[in-house]
Design a protein around this ligand. Structure first.
Ligand code: BMA
Length: 332
């Protein structure tokens, strides 16, 4: 097995004390804790973590730490599914958080009676959560809202599942004037085909990150092998004013399962980030991810190294044109 952290060419460096948090850090017995959203909150780092309890259903716990690495305080069952409702009947999963002024938009997967769908809740304090309804019907997941509007509209990145096998599940972009009515949808980043690392099924990781070069996107690609799937991460860059324009898309994956805690667990060979935090130096990017659907981990990259990498490791982005519709894109 390769030992990537000893290779200085790797863009993401694992925290040497991974995993950051495990089910043993929870006050109550659970199966696993993974796929955390991450934000700076109250002068520290806050993770909103998916906890899969021993019923098999998931809810969210809050973990806070002054340095984002050690000394975690965990508050379990911070947000629990409304199991009497259709949309969250079998739990809530994989949150992504976008801060808008002093409010936090939490976009998460509801495991509904009809399969996964995309829900929105908002909070100011991670104690009281206001449910704002369903943003996308089943099957859809891996969604996040941009932190600012484009013209008068909010943008939502999401991943509907292809109903027909073999057609691929792609990343889409939809728009809303009010966070309730969504439309003007189009494919943003298509899954590739054939032998690519990101063939057939891809999905957004953390919410888009504003950088001087564009919106930085980290997404997972799922490679199907004879012994199961491998979840790896790649990068893309969207135009700041018109995020429908994909400026760059990395050819190569930049982070994949390699450490033992990423290879052995409930679902082997999975790294699955739902949050990242750009630290105050403007360059240190902490990526919080679930490994093997079992534990919470951390890897750190330099933002300028990621952007440099995209300059030199992306081919031409060829997007098929979309059919008509009013072009309402007006950047502020
Ligand atoms: C995806 C999601 C994630 C999970 C991953 C690997 O489809 O369900 O929650 O981490 O599969 O099992």
């Amino acid at each position: 097995m390769s030992i990537p952290d000893t290779d200085p060419r790797e863009l993401f460096r694992r925290w040497p004390h991974n995993p950051v948090l495990t089910a043993h850090d929870l006050p109550r017995m659970a199966n696993a804790v993974f796929n955390p959203a991450a934000v700076e909150f109250d002068g520290g780092t806050l993770l909103l973590m998916r906890v899969e309890d021993r019923t098999g259903l998931s809810h969210f716990a809050v973990a806070t730490s002054a340095d984002g690495r050690t000394g975690w305080t965990v508050r379990d069952r911070a947000m629990t599914p409304q199991v009497d409702c259709y949309e969250e009947h079998w739990g809530i999963e994989d949150p992504r958080i976008t801060q808008v002024d002093d409010e936090y938009f939490i976009v998460y997967t509801g495991f509904s009676l009809g399969g996964p769908l995309v829900c929105l809740a908002t909070t100011r304090d991670f104690v009281v959560f206001e449910r704002r309804g369903v943003l996308a019907s089943p099957e859809d997941k891996d969604a996040a809202i941009f932190p600012s509007r484009f013209g008068d509209r909010w943008g939502l990145i999401h991943r509907p599942s292809a109903a027909m096998a073999g057609l691929g599940s792609h990343i889409w972009l939809s728009w809303s004037p009010d966070l309730r009515h969504w439309g003007d949808s189009r494919v943003l980043i298509p899954a590739r085909l054939g032998g690519w690392w990101d063939a057939n099924k891809i999905g957004l990781g953390p919410p888009p990150l504003r950088t001087p070069d564009g919106w930085l996107i980290c997404y997972h690609g799922v490679r199907t092998t004879a012994s199961g799937s491998i979840y790896r991460l790649g990068l893309a860059l969207l135009d700041l004013d018109d995020p429908r324009r994909v400026l760059r898309r990395g050819d190569e994956w930049v982070f994949g399962p390699s450490a033992i805690y990423e290879r052995a667990g409930d679902v082997p060979d999975v790294v699955f980030p739902c949050g990242w935090i750009l630290r105050p130096d403007g360059d240190t990017l902490d990526l919080y991810y679930g490994a093997t659907d079992s534990v919470v981990c951390l890897a750190t990259a330099s933002l300028h190294e990621l952007l440099d990498h995209l300059q030199t490791h992306s081919g031409d982005v060829i997007q098929p044109p979309s059919i008509g519709g009013d072009d309402q894109m007006r950047s502020k």
